[in-house]
Design a protein around this ligand. Structure first.
Ligand code: NDP
Length: 524
């Protein structure tokens, strides 16, 4: 222990080195972490929140209102898991609303309180230094940089599980071509079709409810003889006439015609018999695992990867807190994540007080948040004023996809990097006369990952301007093209050669570098 304190004192004796990272984190943090021993400036944040789900946004509101302006790294999934739910019925004070509505309200609340929300992702964190060093990647420019922070709240949620069976992913798999884990994103593409859902938990029930309003038939494939989910909603959903439950059933293999899924091979785990079930789409709702891998050498994790908490939301590292699905193996509800978000914020404030921090103008985030950062995800500017209330999401009727109002479809200005397709024939004709490769983004206005990809797509389009043509197709408005290109998940990016043939496609949100790499491949 003496050695640890000494190490801290030695570092403290080297003035300018402090910000260079000599200050080693130590268990004797009250002695080691002192803001009067470092130079607070605009390069250091009081707190960085990694993840922009309901937990992270709640922390952001609390911290911003306490004038400890946090930076929220929203990453690839702004709004987190809740944004994927079409119908949330257990958010207190809200009887039933799309998750995207709740998330948008929270984002506005956090921004209005002064938090800084950015489309940046965590690359790595070094908690052995203090102020902690967080390497981040800008999802628009692809550039990496390192920021410093006095404290950190980890709210990175969970990563969905996969079945790990033939036909699911990989080169010969049907991921994005009929297999998906996002009903809210892809459900509308299965109108009057036959789909199957794998899983027996709450997610499977919620997604069955949603899909049963769209698809002709929904098969629910449950590996045990009972659902894990319980309650009134489950009973009501399973009573719907177009829902068929198959207990004791596992999916052995996914089959298709090379372009799209046609059927799944099922095994009855009691009899061992196999059968083929014809389907158009397969939705996975088989749980998730904590998204903690990037912290594994920094803080204690349990054997399953959940972040270990030592006191309330505090991790094994003083000044670092964890909330929501990344540390909660039991409750994993939106409202428990939000509750933990407030606890983590209060603990952060205690921590900041203990190290002598006074909220003030010298630090990063203490001025108004930069609009360039906060507006990277289309939000308030796409808001439609309705009866004096601001909402950019509406729901036309129960169990229909939430509709996020978009800017009207307009003829693109000549200098716009992405052309919005409004007419299928005109698009086909334009493609024939093209003298360069093209990329088409199939999106929907109610799809959160699509919203997130819009600015990234535009950035990439600018990068390749004059060499590659970029288009955008709203799947709800130009249905012919969605059918023609067999769009089964959104967003889908189709990469088209100069001669007009499809070279490759990418389904789902991705980062700027990945998208740019695939565009670059068109030019080789
Ligand atoms: P869960 O872990 O609760 O359930 C996963 C389900 O998938 C289980 O039925 C499990 O089967 C099944 N499963 C797992 N792996 C496989 C596999 N390889 N093949 C077939 N089936 C498999 O995950 P959820 O996403 O449903 O829920 C996560 C958390 O979020 C829960 O705490 C839940 O309560 C919460 N939630 C709450 C909602 C709400 O509205 N209140 C909505 C959605 C989620 P088995 O039962 O055999 O283990």
């Amino acid at each position: 222990m003496v050695a640890k304190i000494l190490r801290g004192c030695l570092c403290a004796a080297i003035p300018a080195v402090m910000l260079g990272g000599c200050w080693r984190a130590t268990k004797d943090w009250k002695m080691a972490y002192r803001v009067d021993k470092i130079k607070l400036d605009e390069k250091i944040y009081p707190s960085v929140i990694v993840g922009g789900g309901v937990g992270g946004l709640t922390s952001a509101i609390y911290l911003a209102q306490a004038r400890c302006t946090p930076l929220v790294l929203e990453g690839n999934t702004p709004g987190g898991a809740l944004a994927k739910s079409h119908s949330v019925r257990n958010w207190p004070g809200v009887k039933d609303a799309p998750g995207a509505v709740i998330v948008d309200t929270l984002r506005e609340h956090a921004l209005g309180s002064g938090a800084e929300l950015v489309a940046k992702d965590l690359v790595s964190a070094d908690f052995s230094l203090w102020p902690f060093a967080i390497k981040i990647k800008d999802l628009l420019s692809g550039t990496e940089s390192t920021i410093r922070t006095l404290s950190c709240i980890i709210s990175t949620g969970a990563i969905p599980n996969y079945l790990g069976i033939p036909g699911e992913r990989g080169q010969d798999g049907y991921w994005g071509r009929g297999v998906t884990n996002c009903a809210i994103c892809d459900g509308s593409l299965y109108k009057d079709k036959t789909v199957a859902i794998v899983g027996g938990g709450d997610s499977a029930i919620v997604e069955t409810d949603y899909l049963a309003s769209i698809a002709r038939t929904v098969h629910v494939l449950v590996r045990k003889d009972a659902f894990k989910a319980s309650g009134e909603v489950k009973d009501r959903v399973l009573a719907r006439p177009n829902v068929n439950v198959h207990f004791n059933t596992v999916v052995k293999r996914i089959e298709g015609d090379g372009t799209r899924v046609t059927n799944v091979i099922l095994t009855d785990v009691i009899t061992g018999s196999e059968s083929s079930l014809p389907i158009d789409g397969l939705f996975l709702a088989i749980g998730s695992r904590p998204n903690s891998w990037m912290f594994k050498d920094q803080i204690d994790l349990d054997p399953e990867g959940y972040i270990t908490l030592v006191r309330d939301q505090q991790t094994s590292q003083p000044g670092v807190f964890a909330i929501g699905d990344v540390s909660d193996r039991v409750y994993r509800q939106a409202i428990t994540a939000a509750g933990e978000g407030s606890r983590a914020a209060l603990q952060t404030l205690d921590f900041l007080r203990a190290i002598g921090f006074q909220p003030g103008p010298a630090m990063a985030g203490s001025s108004a948040p930069s609009t360039s950062a906060r507006n990277t995800i289309p939000g308030p500017e796409a808001i439609k004023e309705t009866s004096g209330e601001r909402s950019n999401v509406s729901q036309s009727s129960e169990n229909q996809a939430p509709v996020i109002e978009s800017a009207p479809v307009v003829a693109p200005a000549a200098d716009e990097p992405v052309k919005q397709v409004t007419d299928a024939n005109a698009f086909r004709a334009e493609l024939k006369s093209l003298t360069m490769p093209a990329v088409v983004d199939f999106f929907a206005t109610w799809c959160m990952p699509c919203k997130m990809m819009h600015p990234i797509y535009e950035e990439v389009a600018k990068q390749f301007a004059g060499r590659v043509a970029f288009y955008r197709v709203n799947v709800d408005e130009v249905k012919d093209l969605s059918g023609e290109y067999s769009i089964q998940g959104i967003p889908t990016f189709i990469f088209i050669s100069k001669s007009g043939s499809e070279m490759s496609r990418a389904v789902g949100a991705t980062d700027r570098d990945d998208l740019a790499e695939q565009v670059e491949a068109l030019l080789r």
